[in-house]
Design a protein around this ligand. Structure first.
Ligand code: BES
Ligand code: MN
Ligand code: ZN
Length: 525
């Protein structure tokens, strides 16, 4: 992986394959302190109108300088419109450009944090967003590629130095960005692995690796235990596969005892064939990405364990395959949930909500969290509704929703709340049981979310449908055009990092009717 370092000085005698210089739109000017010969080159390019500094624009120029032979000019767009996400994309674009040049060592000159950023990016945030963007832009999934027949593998970008002679930011800030960037890349790696490699067992092994590395508490519940606990919905989905299901529980606790707890629940279907309600063949391979919610949760805990925010964070990942088999759950089957409701499975392809319903109810009973977020590639309907540039959200608590939306806006994992009127949920009343697992096709992202609402009781909760944003994103500077994006990782990190107690109303609206019947509330009946 790309190594990033910070230097509060100019490039000295070190040789760099290329140096990235960011320019605002208009007549690009060299940043303060850039060595004179390089500044001259920037001015010359500007005078030729060869480069305007538009967002996403990148221009390679040869400097004539032996130590730094290439400058990569990267546009930031109009100075008065630049925000954090613009800078992250520009840094991503820069790293993609450097990769294409096949240089091993490169530099990146810190852009001036002019009034342009409207205070949105502090000195502490500047190095972070540059490092994060650069790491994300340099990402590639090459685990299964050999160098092309006999040819040497093209040189990889190994070392990127952030030069900051004006001390506009700090080494610590860059280091924070590295942590975040590495976590997102981890989520991408987990997502991109094919389903024959990233099985539920392997996902649990990854969680074990993280737990060891950061001394996090880990428990992995196996099939027998899950059955004993009565997770009928989760077990119903899992029983069509030879791969054993797992419930991964990963806990971060700060050194100083914290009173609040956040629970992050991630959908970990390592392959979704649809089960007996088999999916059509076209693009079914993409259903290896059906564990991207799980990947985001595990990766976020990796970063959180290092950032050490003052709040307890639990990661909960129900993981299994959804396959057709002689033992698989069938349409019409009725399953008993962990919370006690009976659920009629009308479509075995609506499996995410089944495993999540049990995981959410268990998380709440076990960890008594102050707020719960779940991330799931839950519905194709969400992709139709919102496309690839915003995740859909359904929740039961306005203040938590507001926080999630603003955290998403700040970090670039954009979240769009969907309406959640009770009428949408009515369709989930079962014909033969308490609930059924599907509603009408129309508004499917909302009913999918509202199904989960039945399992969270009055605990503040937000569900994020990342079906559109977890992969298939095109033309965004720091995101590869192919494969998993790592969406949600930064959002979860920031929620934990900036957490402070949520004012909790006496009871979330409409909670009484949907309160899970946990043991304490009469489950033993
Ligand atoms: N994992 C899919 C959702 C999905 C589909 C994500 C396509 C991204 C792209 C989920 O398990 C599923 O199959 N949902 C069904 C629900 C339906 C049967 C109510 C869907 O969206 O078709
Ligand atoms: Mn499905
Ligand atoms: Zn699925």
């Amino acid at each position: 992986m790309l190594k990033l370092t910070y230097r509060a000085r100019q490039p000295g005698r070190e040789r760099l394959g290329a140096l990235v210089v960011f320019c605002s739109e208009g007549r690009p000017t060299p940043p303060k302190g850039l060595p004179a010969p390089l500044s001259r080159v920037v001015r010359q390019v500007a005078s030729l109108d060869a480069f305007k500094g538009k967002p996403g624009e990148a221009q390679l120029v040869f400097s004539g300088d032996a130590a730094i032979p290439r400058l990569l000019l990267v546009g930031l767009g109009p100075a008065d419109k630049l925000h954090r996400e613009g800078l992250r994309r520009a840094a991503g674009k820069a790293a993609q450009g450097l990769r294409a040049l096949a240089v091993e060592r490169a530099g990146l000159w810190v852009p001036e944090r002019s009034a342009a950023l409207r205070g949105e990016v502090s000195a502490a945030g500047l190095g972070e967003v540059l490092a994060e963007g650069a790491l994300l832009g340099s990402y590639a999934f090459n685990a299964y590629r050999r160098p092309e027949n006999g040819k040497e593998r093209p040189k990889e970008l190994k070392q990127l130095t952030v030069y900051d002679p004006g001390r506009l930011t700090s080494a610590r800030s860059v280091q924070q960005g590295v942590l975040r960037g590495e976590a997102v890349c981890l989520a991408r790696d987990l997502g991109n692995q094919p389903a024959n490699a990233m099985t539920p067992t392997q996902l649990a092994a990854e969680a074990t690796r993280l737990a060891r590395r950061h001394r996090l508490k880990l428990r992995v519940l196996e099939r027998a235990e899950l059955e004993r606990l009565g997770m009928g919905m989760f077990m119903g989905v899992a029983k069509g596969s030879r791969q054993p299901p797992k419930l991964i529980l990963l806990e971060y606790r700060p050194a100083r005892k914290a009173s609040q707890t956040l629970a992050f629940v991630g959908k970990g279907i390592t392959f979704d064939s649809g089960g007996i309600s088999l999916k059509p063949g076209a693009a079914m391979d993409e259903m290896k990405f059906d564990m991207c919610g799980a990947a985001a949760v595990l990766a976020a805990l990796d970063a959180i364990a290092q950032i050490k925010p003052a709040v307890n964070v639990v990661g909960i990942v129900p993981t299994c395959e959804n396959l057709p088999d002689g033992a698989a759950v069938k349409p019409g089957d009725i399953l008993k949930s962990y919370a006690g409701q009976h659920v009629e499975v009308l479509n075995t392809d609506a499996e995410g909500r089944l495993i999540l319903g049990d995981a959410l109810a268990y998380a709440i009973r076990q960890f008594k969290p102050d707020a719960v977020l779940d991330l799931a590639t839950l519905t194709g309907a969400c992709v139709i509704a919102l496309g690839h540039y915003a995740s859909g959200a359904v929740g039961n608590h306005d203040a938590l929703m507001d926080r999630v939306v603003s955290a998403g806006k700040a970090c670039g994992d954009v979240v769009w709340p969907l309406p959640n009127f009770p009428e949408y949920g009515e369709a989930l009343k079962g014909k033969y049981a308490d609930l059924q697992n599907i509603g009408p096709r129309e508004g499917g992202a909302i009913t999918g979310g509202l199904f989960l609402k039945n399992f969270v009781g009055d605990v503040p909760w937000v569900h994020l449908d990342i079906a559109g944003t977890a992969w298939g994103v095109k033309g965004v500077g720091h995101v590869p055009n192919e494969g998993a994006t790592g969406v949600g990782v930064c959002l979860l990190i920031d929620l934990a990092r900036n957490w402070s107690a949520l004012a909790r109303p006496a009871r979330a609206a409409g909670a009484r009717a949907s309160r899970p019947r946990t043991r304490a509330a009469g489950r033993s009946a």
